[in-house]
Design a protein around this ligand. Sequence first.
Ligand SMILES: Nc1nc2c(ncn2[C@@H]2O[C@H](COP(=O)(O)OP(=O)(O)OP(=O)(O)O)[C@@H](O)[C@H]2O)c(=O)[nH]1
Ligand SMILES: [Mg+2]
Ligand SMILES: [Zn+2]
Length: 329
Amino acid sequence: MAKRKLTKQQQVRISANQLTESSSSSSEGDDNTVLQGLVISHFGQQLEIEPLEGSLQNQTVRCFQRANLPRLVTGDKVLFQLDSQDTGVILSAQPRNNVFARPGFKGLIKPVAANIDKVLVVIAVLPEPFMNLTDRYLVAIESLNLDPIIVLNKADLVTEKNRSNIDNMMSIYKGIGYDTHRVSASTGIGMAELESQLAGLTTVLVGQSGVGKSSLVNSLSRQDSAAVGRLSIGKEKGTHTTTTARLFHLGTFDLVDSPGIREFNLGHIEPTLLIDGYRELRALKGQCKFRDCAHQSEPECAILAAVENGLVSRERLSNYFQILQSIGI
Ligand SMILES: Nc1nc2c(ncn2[C@@H]2O[C@H](COP(=O)(O)OP(=O)(O)OP(=O)(O)O)[C@@H](O)[C@H]2O)c(=O)[nH]1
Ligand SMILES: [Mg+2]
Ligand SMILES: [Zn+2]
């Protein structure tokens, strides 16, 4: 929807036409009031809509969407019409401010949540965090011009054995300027500081399965709203408990819990724009001696010099090259 370049006026006209069509074809006849609603979750063919006006506010209505509409996601604003007490049909979608998306099967982009202000990239002491997955999330978030928060969950599981790995990774992200937090959804460590960053915002939680996204939602909501799953025995990986994104209203802020994913490819990022997703590399753009520098072994390469001086982490640069290769250069 955001991709179609329609003027505001055209969008209004299209919405108006869709509405007129629907009122005239409605078989209900009695109450075809059109209401504004918020998509709470999308499962199968159905969406759970929260009416933003009328007598059903704070309740949810199960709706189908009209076939001519694009795939709607949690956080989308829509216009819908009731066709019974608690079911309805979505007539049109309102333009999005943004959408956090990830590539799905066959390189198709799968939107996850729309109209978000912040993204919490959740990693955990267990399952073991991999910087190249976190970097992929960060690149996707930077491309939306959103500010991520990197949250290390399960701080209660830090041991002498895993401490240096965790400290090293967190200090790299902190050094780049990312807002980082260490928390435990189980013990409550660090949760108050994290919560203070969320007031007034809609924040989506993303990250590998099993890192504790749903547990963080529950800890922040002070009740068990989202289902939590165990790690698989032996492999200590997540078990893909959350299957669809869902929005939770938590007092002064909204959270969107999302399913953990197995891998995160960045097929939808232009290779030439990838460097913009690496804040510290973006800052060095244009400073190499050669304009077409590939930052591999060229003389007077600003990026290689920054690595030598310890200003850019070797691991981040190597992840950058890995991603570049995976998206076709
Ligand atoms: N020790 C410890 N365990 C935690 C903590 N937070 C979550 N867990 C456990 O980690 C496991 C996975 O938690 P979930 O909240 O289901 O993880 P998720 O990221 O939502 O996983 P998916 O829905 O599969 O993407 C559960 O067994 C939780 O009890 C924590 O702070 N400390
Ligand atoms: Mg979950
Ligand atoms: Zn260079």
